[in-house]
Design a protein around this ligand. Structure first.
Ligand code: PMV
Length: 318
């Protein structure tokens, strides 16, 4: 229990590789936690307040104050995710992830708060499922109906697969000891929130099931194929590229990409990447491109960097 003493903790962001949106409806997914993330510092206080260490634009401050009330309610209501923290705290958030961009800043915030609020053995022990369960409950504030994959990546870390066997429950997650190919990773400001994008896809599934269900089936098959590719002992760039390209086209057909994201991916491919896709809920936000090697990835990142709108980030990994 981190109770009534000052506390500081870090939780990583994530990059979804395959399975976004379809995961909300029980299809498999795979992703990786990032080195970048978010740190919280907590000083003991009555009640819960949350503020950003560095000011951000838009409605972020108002959103955080509503989230603080949700955290207080959630931590105050008994559930199956371990003992409830009796402590309050003034939480300051410092993020090196762009907020609400598809890099899992909300999942990292939920994970960091879950860690703060749980007893130490459940945080530092081998079994991190209590952290994940609590972070998942908190993530409902941001996503409405989270699948659990974002908080799973932030809570458990590494390259991970997710498979859903019980509707409504968290998925089973396994670590993959895969070396990812060289990637260019970026994010542009979002035009719509994850909550709206997920709700839009849900509504399309109910009005146009014969269009949307086959898209999910194919996204699920691509996630499965990507998990198979990543489990094999070889360089994954050539194997992943066609899966990445197909998944992006399906997400575009689902209506969650934007012309700007499509244009960035086309430009990255012209600069030498093998393929690219959006990552996360879309509406702008995160994307990645698979490159043949680190040298090409550095070149593609440099080419894209100057062309992205203000508030974007772009870097290469691997
Ligand atoms: O956190 P985001 O915006 O990258 O998106 C989350 C991924 C979704 O599959 C769209 C939603 C979910 O809960 O799995």
């Amino acid at each position: 229990m981190n109770g009534r003493s000052p506390y500081s903790g870090f939780a990583p962001g994530k990059l979804l590789l395959f399975g976004e949106h379809a995961a909300v409806f029980g299809y498999p997914a795979v992703g990786v936690s990032l080195d970048r993330g978010l740190r919280i510092s907590v000083t003991p206080a009555d009640g819960i307040s949350i503020r950003l260490a560095r000011p951000a634009g838009g409605d972020v401050a108002a959103g955080l104050s509503a989230f603080a009330a949700f955290v207080a309610d959630t931590l105050g209501s008994p559930a199956d995710d371990g003992p409830v923290s009796p402590a309050g705290g003034a939480i300051t958030v410092d993020s090196d992830l762009p907020i609400s961009s598809g890099f899992g800043s909300s999942a990292a915030l939920c994970t960091a708060i879950a860690e703060w609020s749980l007893p130490d053995p459940q945080v530092s022990g081998h079994d991190r499922s209590a952290v994940w369960r609590r972070a998942h409950r908190l993530e409902a504030f941001f996503h409405g109906t989270p699948s659990g994959i974002d908080t799973g990546l932030s809570s458990l870390g590494g390259v991970r697969t997710f498979r859903f066997s019980t509707p409504g429950a968290l998925p089973e997650s396994a670590a993959l000891s895969a070396d990812l190919p060289a990637l260019v990773v970026g994010a542009i400001p979002r035009e719509r929130s994850t909550r709206d994008l997920v709700a839009g896809v849900r509504s399309r599934l109910s009005t146009e099931p014969s269009t949307v269900r086959p898209i999910f089936d194919r996204l699920g098959a691509l996630a499965d194929a990507a998990i198979g590719e990543l489990a094999a002992e070889r360089n994954h760039a050539a194997g992943m590229a066609p899966l990445v390209a197909d998944a992006h086209h399906l997400l575009r057909d689902l209506g969650v990409s934007t012309p700007l994201t499509d244009g960035i991916i086309d430009r990255g491919v012209r600069a030498g990447a093998l393929a690219g896709k959006l990552s996360g809920a879309g509406g702008g936000g995160a994307f990645y491109l698979v490159c043949p090697d680190a040298e090409v990835a550095a070149r593609v990142a440099a080419d894209l960097d100057g062309t992205l709108p203000p508030g974007s980030v772009c870097f290469h990994m691997g």
